[in-house]
Design a protein around this ligand. Structure first.
Ligand SMILES: [Zn+2]
Length: 524
């Protein structure tokens, strides 16, 4: 039989790997149509862009079938890309985000959809849509978030929520070296700037092709809302100013927070304080944190009721919580804002030496962590009084966890922790396993080795000494775990108590009452 004449323009048969990659591209586009609301036209467009990215001329003949995004589509597709030299294993996460960026509806499209849903079904449905997009685009990496260890710690004076953060992968030495070798750039200026929208990222800066935001006006200034990729609690969102300027707690803060809760009454919004030690990790760009009202502080009752003669329509109360919280509530927006401004102004310059509160030494120390929400149509503002003074005895802060607690938490105590939701470093998991081995090992630990600063458990030295003297070293693994978790829980309570400017002892309560009198409030 004569062989068919070869046609020079005919392509050689496709290698199996290429056919599989084409099918994965089709799967990804089908996934986006179903899970990211990618419309028919944008789906054609996205598939053509993906074909160009991979150097293919035509799509798969097979129809796409979405499976599990990470395992069935992204992992094999990124592996294929690495084999073809389109990316490297080190840049896999950046590349994966780039691919998801092709199939995630464009920012303008998402904003229009958000507004349409908000007008048709209300703000709760609109934020649910944005959250859905943020999860399904893998901007929020749920497979990583689910690795977090999370538990509730029950205490009569207020429960806490504790998370060991395993979602943030520990950086390897090679990653650190790569990031160091990168030239320092000033674009985007920070992790929160609007310019992150669609940014491709680098070893120093996460890829943000999949972030989607919703613009809004707070206090008549342009701001936008996005979800946090770390989901420290349910629907954890961030409101970000469009301009890169430092955090500042002013009267305008209360206006912005209440503007937000007027728009999204199903969410709270709070600001970190504007001073180091008592603030959050990013002080350079004004932003607030919000989400569902699931943080433990929200479920606490009032401890003491007060009344302010010239503001009868505002309830001014002290909350029954570990640190010093004034809870305001009112049906009147104007009245609650006026009261919050009065308290801020007085607190900024308020000193009470008998309890170590000094408003000013070399720099101002008093500030507030404010949190706003709505309850049954009433405006509610929680004002957590803060002070960041240090002295020789407390170089880390007088109202900050002391050094013996730094093995659990050393960083600033921002609003999320101050409200009872603790995010602890991922290293604790492996360290706790090693401490469990000591408590269940049957032999006396080598305290000399443990006290060596180079030892991986040296930071836990005091805690291990206490645990061993209390429980010995013959616990079962389960008993050892329980003992360690209880120690972490009680340390978190102590950390919160450290942040109280007015302690819960008699002297502290009397000092708190004096401050309440100073703002014109009388106990009822
Ligand atoms: Zn910025």
């Amino acid at each position: 039989m004569p062989r068919k004449k070869t046609n020079d323009t005919e392509k050689p048969a496709m290698a199996a790997g290429e056919e599989k990659a084409l099918k994965l591209i089709a799967d990804l586009v089908e996934y986006a149509k179903r899970k990211l609301y990618l419309n028919k036209y944008d789906a054609v467009y996205a598939e053509n862009q993906l074909l160009a990215e991979f150097g293919f001329d035509a799509p798969s003949a097979e129809k796409g079938e979405p499976g599990e995004l990470q395992k069935d589509i992204l992992d094999p597709l990124v592996k294929y890309a690495a084999e073809r030299g389109l990316t490297t294993p080190e840049d896999a996460l950046l590349y994966e985000t780039k691919l998801m960026g092709y199939v995630t509806p464009a920012p303008g499209e998402v904003i229009t959809a958000f507004d349409d849903i908000a007008s048709a079904k209300g703000p709760e449905a609109a934020t649910a849509y944005l959250y859905d997009i943020s999860v399904n685009s893998n901007y929020i990496r749920m497979t990583d978030i689910r690795k977090n260890l999370k538990w509730n710690a029950k205490f009569p004076s207020g429960d806490l929520t504790i998370t060991i953060n395993l979602a943030k992968p520990e950086k390897s030495n090679a990653d650190v070296a790569r990031a160091k070798a990168m030239p320092q750039t000033s674009y985007p200026k920070c992790m929160l700037c609007l310019e992150n929208l669609g940014y491709h990222g680098n070893p120093r800066h996460p890829a943000r092709e999949t972030i989607r935001i919703v613009p809004m006006y707070l206090n008549d200034e342009p701001w936008f809302m996005q979800f946090s990729p770390y989901v420290y609690f349910d629907e954890h969102c961030i409101a970000v100013s469009e301009s890169h300027h430092p955090m500042a707690i002013t009267d305008a803060t209360f206006v912005r927070l209440t503007d937000f809760t007027d728009m999204f009454p199903h969410y709270f919004l709070g600001s970190n304080a504007d001073l180091p030690i008592v603030g959050g990790s990013i002080l350079a760009h004004e932003h607030y944190q919000g989400g569902k009202k699931v943080l433990p502080m929200f479920s606490r009752p009032v401890r003491e009721h007060y009344a302010v003669a010239d503001s009868p329509d505002v309830s001014v109360d002290i909350l029954d919580w570990y640190n010093s919280v004034i809870r305001l509530s009112s049906v009147s927006r104007a009245s609650i804002l006026r009261m919050a401004s009065r308290i801020l102004e007085i607190w900024r310059s308020y000193s009470d030496e008998s309890v170590g509160v000094l408003a000013h030494t070399d720099a101002p120390h008093n500030t507030i962590t404010p949190i706003a929400c709505k309850e049954n149509g009433r405006y509610v503002l929680y004002l957590i009084l803060r002070n960041n003074r240090t002295d020789e005895k407390h170089p880390y802060g007088i109202f900050h966890p002391t050094e013996d607690m730094h093995n659990i938490k050393k960083e600033g105590i921002g609003l999320i922790e101050a409200m009872g939701t603790f995010i602890l470093p991922g290293r604790l998991q492996s360290e706790c396993i090693k401490i469990r081995e000591i408590l269940s090992g049957g032999a006396a630990p080598d305290f000399k080795a443990l006290s060596d600063p180079e030892h991986p458990l040296s930071k836990h030295f005091d805690m291990i000494v206490q645990l061993v003297s209390e429980y010995g070293t013959s616990l079962s693994q389960k008993e050892a775990d329980k003992a360690i978790v209880e120690r972490i829980n009680s340390t978190c309570v102590k950390i919160l108590e450290c942040t109280a400017v007015f302690k819960s002892d008699d002297a502290g309560r009397e000092a708190f009452a004096r401050f309440m009198n100073r703002i014109g409030a009388e106990k009822v």
